[in-house]
Design a protein around this ligand. Structure first.
Ligand code: IPM
Ligand code: MN
Length: 352
């Protein structure tokens, strides 16, 4: 019996969560496993009504779950940062979900802006450090609001944090068993302290993985190669900030925010899964948004739960649907189907 927390969140979050859980339900029935869900109403509306973002009691409950499913966070009437920091980042940090796993996979039949590249070339995974770096929230102002103002935001890299992330990436590369190549994406030529640490740890830990080809690429060059030669990548490991940036680029080359999913993991405990896209407020309640990314996050959640076959079913159903060309355009409002119809199609394919 799996215990799944859902946080549908803001904007279109609830709509896509519904489709994601619809598919989860279908696959559970097909595979014969049981689960219960606990829904949490965290997000902009609750914050505006009560001033509460994420109570500590909820964090304790989330810790006891097998997995957490997050729809989307972000509300037009709430100042940027409050919900992101108060919900998403708080869960990542407090639950120590130190890996952000983001597959960049172009499904057959999906348009990519990169000419002459297809599913064979665009199939890699970004392992983003998820609890440190520039996201640590260390810093402050000096003489704020005056002409002499100083703003400091520190980049925290702990030996432990860097090592566990790099080690995970090596293990993941081995398990993925595609090209067995791990690329460290950094800026070691300029961040000569922070990313010197990353390089040293990469080399040291790498010695334990003689079967894995190691490569290093500066982040600026990485963005170039992701466009020019995406086939060079198998697994990329990188720090929090660079991971944030290059995964949006990755999402674009795999067909856009309509398909990109991610997992926030702590391999030893709970994990949270989410589509990469935001809450897209202008599409709220219109039943027009593409739920594929959200459903794909369900697939990742199944994998995490140890339901590998179920995860494959979901991934296969998504792949077949996209390859069929039925969905004309992945953008919201242009699919030729409603959000719930797309959810139905995947759910039906999964049980077929
Ligand atoms: C992401 C998002 C978040 C991040 C925001 C919403 C805080 O962009 O998951 O990539 O920067 O990590
Ligand atoms: Mn981001």
């Amino acid at each position: 019996m799996y215990k799944i927390a859902t946080i549908p969140g803001d904007g279109i979050g609830p709509e896509v969560t519904q489709e994601a859980m619809k598919v989860f339900g279908a696959v559970a029935q097909k595979m014969g496993f049981n689960y219960e869900t606990v829904e949490y109403d965290f997000g902009g509306d609750r914050y505006l009504k009560t001033g509460e973002v994420l109570p500590d009691s909820a964090l304790d409950e989330l810790r006891e779950m097998d997995a957490i499913y997050l729809g989307a966070i972000g509300h037009p009437d709430v100042k940027p940062g409050i919900l992101e920091k108060g919900i998403l980042l708080k869960i990542r940090f407090d639950l120590d979900l130190y890996i952000n796993l983001r597959p960049v996979k172009l499904y057959p039949g999906v348009w990519t802006p990169i000419k002459d590249k297809g599913p064979e070339e665009i199939d890699f995974v970004i392992v983003r450090e998820n609890t440190e770096g520039l996201y640590a929230g260390i810093g402050g102002f000096f003489k704020r609001g005056t002409p002499d103002e100083v703003a400091i935001q520190e980049m925290i890299n702990t030996r432990k944090g860097v090592e566990r992330c790099i080690r995970y990436a090596f293990e993941f590369t081995r398990k993925r068993d595609r090209e067995k190549k791990l690329t460290l994406c950094d800026k070691a030529n300029v961040l000569t302290y922070a990313h010197d640490l990353w390089r040293r740890v990469f080399e040291e830990v790498g010695e334990e993985y003689p079967d894995i080809e190691k490569d290093c690429a500066f982040v600026d060059a990485t963005t170039m190669w992701m466009i020019k030669n995406p086939e060079w990548f198998d697994v990329i490991v990188t720090c929090n900030m660079f991971g944030d940036i290059i995964t949006d680029l990755g999402a674009m080359i795999q067909g856009g925010m309509g398909v990109a999913a991610s997992g926030n993991l702590n391999p030893e405990s709970v994990a949270m899964f989410e589509p990469i896209h935001g809450s897209a407020p202008k599409y709220t309640g219109k039943n027009q948004i593409n739920p594929i990314a959200a459903i794909s996050a369900t697939g990742m959640m199944l994998d995490h739960l140890g339901e590998a076959e179920a995860a494959q079913l979901v991934d296969g159903a998504i792949s077949d649907l996209l390859e069929s060309g039925k969905i004309k355009d992945l953008a919201a409002g242009k699919m030729g189907y409603t959000t719930s119809e797309v959810g139905d199609m995947v759910a039906e394919a999964v049980v077929a």
